[in-house]
Design a protein around this ligand. Sequence first.
Ligand SMILES: Nc1ncnc2c1ncn2[C@@H]1O[C@H](COP(=O)(O)OP(=O)(O)OP(=O)(O)O)[C@@H](O)[C@H]1O
Length: 303
Amino acid sequence: MTTIEVRGLTKRYGPETVVDDLSFTVEPGTVTGFLGPNGAGKSTTMRMILGLTTPTRGTVRVGGREYARLPVPLTEVGALLDAGAMHPGRRADDHLLAIAQSNGIPRTRVGQVLGLVGLEKVARKRAGGFSLGMRQRLGIAAALLGDPRVLIFDEPVNGLDPEGIRWIRGFMRGLAAEGRSVLCSSHLMSEMALTADHLVVIGKGRLIADTGMSEFTRANGEGTVLVRAEPTGDLARHLTVAGGAVRQGPDKALIVSGMDSAEIGRLAAYHGVALSELTPQAPSLEDVFMAMTRDSVEYQGAA
Ligand SMILES: Nc1ncnc2c1ncn2[C@@H]1O[C@H](COP(=O)(O)OP(=O)(O)OP(=O)(O)O)[C@@H](O)[C@H]1O
């Protein structure tokens, strides 16, 4: 089982602490969403996991070992950091072959990974002519060359069209289903809600939340119910007696919390009140995330 264990990880640049005593674990068989506003320290953390940036303090272990001690790192950890980082004049297969050869990976693997990401038909085309989505697939093919148990994706859906986003989402889910540990950064909660099993949220380099996605949704997704009835007066009283908290909503609607729509519907039927609307209103997870990280956003627009 290959986990990523981050313990007390800290990075300072001059007087700035950009990653601050961060600890979390990425478990096999899961997609862990690494969330934070711009500048929160996600890329710096990922670069430290990959041995590309030296921590000021703290440790990172992949499968129990530091990156520098992994005999053939590419066979343990694959990463997609910057899809633009490839020679535009080089053909896709040559790009992958160069990486394979410098890491002692057999050349037959190049065709396999091109197939995995659906680029076999453009294998002999130059990467310079690729769309962002194709470059992203080529970057993922490179990350998969060593068949690693751990995969790290830094904002992989940034700038992609809906089809590209759907493909990457499904691909990451597939990698986790094979038992791999997948760490994927994003600044969008809505994106992670559809992809991740687990969430690690940071702001200004510090840990804000480390929680299962379903626990997060359960804890933060309990919303209110919008109810319309004629007349509302009696219903509001019945709801309050039954333990609901009721306030006035728009256009004579009632906003009820503390009861779900089934309970409200039953209570209205019991008292012979005809409802014209009964709508659950879940708070958006994006709103919850923004509230969590509000204090750690670098540049805020004027309210
Ligand atoms: N080499 C460096 N020298 C000085 N400061 C740096 C360096 N690299 C990153 N930083 C600073 O560290 C902070 C965190 O940056 P980082 O790129 O890790 O954040 P992020 O969460 O990935 O954000 P984004 O999504 O905007 O890339 C930023 O304030 C950034 O300016």
